[in-house]
Design a protein around this ligand. Structure first.
Ligand SMILES: [Zn+2]
Length: 372
């Protein structure tokens, strides 16, 4: 021990040692700051970080204790021995998983201030996240028709098994029963694998899951049915989240039987609107008082933004601060994004699976200066 101490002492007196010591102090501060800031986001147990902590603590405290030990009488030596042992324990703990293992990641990084983060899943599927609340809308579906985007196999597996980072979803909302928005097994499996999650949707969706998902009995209590009545708005609070179900008509005469529920969800002082495949008529929206809701971000099927009628609805009946175009066919993604940019400046178009944006958008142009 004495020779090690002497050796360390000698090393620290050399020009390199003198250089290393103050730097290790700085490194220590930086590593602590880095770990604090990164904490909840990081997905991995970072071995490099553990080693930095280990070596930094040893570098700072170790040599001082060893030097002290050299100058002490036998009683003091014992105390220093205990301190050295404690140092060994602390550094070992630092190097172990238990101390530095990161918290499970949020599905997307959580936002501490006002505002939310939105992650595109596929087609009209989005994950909305704010602080410790997460809402999945129209995101649990499988391959349906070639024209529509769907979660690729790895993502689908994670969503259905509620694997990290999809293990903290509070609320699952489904606008309607079409296969590019909903799959009964995907919804059932997620609910079964994530005991915290609640499903809020129409009678048709609840019955769809009941019919096709054999484990329905185990999740039934977490299924909330919202009556779908055209032009009617239903207020709810589920999982501590304020939301409203909107009785909207589905587009197309063939689909008048579909219960298409829109949603207004309030998270972190931010209001989100999702309209599913709502019919593009003024009448469909005019009784819902959406302008008075002061919507922050609206998910709108892209064809609304490419048509005069649709733009008029978005501007006059919805008037959201931010617009995100969804339901973009993968084969035409680049072209549609370009068209939306021209037709509705300021709107974002979701085209890449798992792309994420904060709302308010960082770069924002008023959507109300539309070229005619
Ligand atoms: Zn549909």
């Amino acid at each position: 021990m004495r020779s090690t101490a002497k050796w360390l002492d000698r090393v620290l007196r050399t020009p390199v040692g003198k250089l290393l010591k103050p730097r290790s102090g700085l490194l220590f501060v930086l590593s602590v700051v880095g770990i604090e800031e990164e904490g909840p986001r990081n997905t991995r147990t970072n071995t490099k970080e553990r080693l930095v902590r280990f070596s930094v603590i040893s570098w700072i405290v170790g040599p001082s204790l060893l030097r002290l030990r050299l100058r002490c009488d036998s009683t003091m030596k014992q105390m220093v021995n205990i301190l050295l042992l404690a140092l060994l324990v602390v550094t070992s703990l630092c190097a172990s998983d238990q101390v530095i293992t990161k918290k499970q990641p949020d599905a997307v990084p959580s936002d501490k201030g006002r505002g939310i983060l939105v992650t595109y899943i596929a087609n009209e599927g989005v994950l909305v996240s704010a602080g410790d609340k997460q809402v999945l809308i129209d995101a649990l579906h499988r391959e349906y028709k070639f024209a529509y985007a769907f979660p690729p196999p790895d993502l689908l597996r994670s969503l259905e098994s509620a694997a990290s980072p999809y293990n903290k979803i509070d609320l699952i909302l489904v606008t309607h029963i079409h296969g590019d928005h909903f799959h009964p097994l995907s919804v059932g499996l997620h609910l079964q694998n994530n005991p915290k999650a609640r499903l809020v949707s129409s009678e048709q969706i609840a019955e769809g899951v009941k019919k096709d998902f054999s484990g329905f009995g185990t999740i039934e209590k977490r299924v909330d049915r919202v009556p779908h009545e055209w032009k009617r708005k239903v207020e709810l609070n589920v999982a501590g989240i304020n939301l409203k179900g909107l009785g909207l008509k589905h587009s197309g005469a063939n689909f008048s039987w579909i219960q298409n529920l829109g949603y207004i969800v309030e998270l972190n002082g931010t209001k989100i609107l999702h309209i599913g495949d709502a019919d593009m008529t003024e009448e469909n929206f005019s009784s819902l008082g959406l302008v008075e809701e002061k919507i922050d971000v609206a998910f709108i099927p892209y064809w609304f933004l490419l048509s005069n009628t649709g733009r008029a609805i978005v501007q006059n009946q919805i008037r959201a601060k931010h617009v995100i175009a969804v339901h973009v066919p993968p084969a035409e993604a680049a072209q549609v994004a370009e068209q939306v940019k021209l037709a509705y400046p300021g709107a974002l178009t979701f085209t890449h699976i798992l792309e994420t944006t904060p709302v308010p958008f960082k770069i924002f142009q008023s959507p109300f200066t539309i070229p005619s």
